[in-house]
Design a protein around this ligand. Structure first.
Ligand code: S3P
Length: 202
């Protein structure tokens, strides 16, 4: 049996969603897409669902309705995904796992994986997302409670302090994978090897 088929079989035998946790810019979407391609299962992104249901971007939800309103939508969305339906790959927003109810259901019902990267890499990736793809992340790119854009220095400081604040909570995940070195496909495969103890390909 080839290794991809073994991975698919192991995922279905485990019968649990794989939930990707971690800071903004660690590569949850990229690794999630690679997992979806390897395992041929659905990739669900809680931020995408929230944007579709609200009919506006995350940045606009934060600006018009506030972070608390966003967190309520996030909680409802994730609880809903994990309490019914077939196992999927779920990519969560970087703050989702900090919510006690969200964390509890993820730890109980799914295989949780913390994706890690350094603060320098996170800064570079989130700047690229902003400048090349227009992805504005309100926690990093605007001064809290205002619509004033942050300076580059402020962004570095915000990333460093939020990362420090959140890491011990992310560490409650069952598994962790460093996304610093490999590409998304390599990271997805090393994650599946860890999860299912598969033999390395010869
Ligand atoms: C957030 C992360 C974002 C998004 C929102 C808040 C956070 O998702 O949910 O802007 O608090 O870390 P990504 O981690 O996909 O960027």
């Amino acid at each position: 049996m080839d290794i991809d088929t073994s991975m698919k079989n192991a995922f279905h035998a485990a019968g649990k969603s794989i939930v990707l946790i971690g800071f903004m810019g660690v590569g949850k979407t990229a690794v999630g897409t690679a997992l979806k391609d390897i395992l041929e299962v659905d990739l669900v992104d809680s931020d995408v669902i929230i944007e579709k249901e609200a009919g506006k971007s995350i940045a606009r939800i934060f600006a018009e309705d506030g972070e608390e309103a966003f967190r309520k939508l996030e909680q409802k969305t994730i609880l809903n995904i994990l309490s019914n339906g077939a196992p999927v790959i779920l990519s969560t927003g970087g703050g989702a796992f900090l919510n006690d109810d969200v964390r509890a259901i993820i730890l109980k019902n799914s295989t949780s994986v913390w994706l890690q990267a350094s603060k320098e890499t996170i800064f570079e990736r989130t700047e690229t997302d902003l400048n090349q793809y227009g992805i504005k992340r309100p926690k990093i790119h605007v001064v809290e409670g205002t619509q004033t854009p942050t300076t580059l220095e402020q962004r570095k400081e915000i990333i460093a302090s939020l990362l420090e604040e959140r890491s011990s909570i992310y560490a409650e995940c069952a598994y962790s994978v460093d996304t610093e070195a490999g590409n998304a496909e390599e990271n997805a495969k090393s994650l599946l090897n860890k999860l299912y103890n598969l033999p390395r390909p010869q």
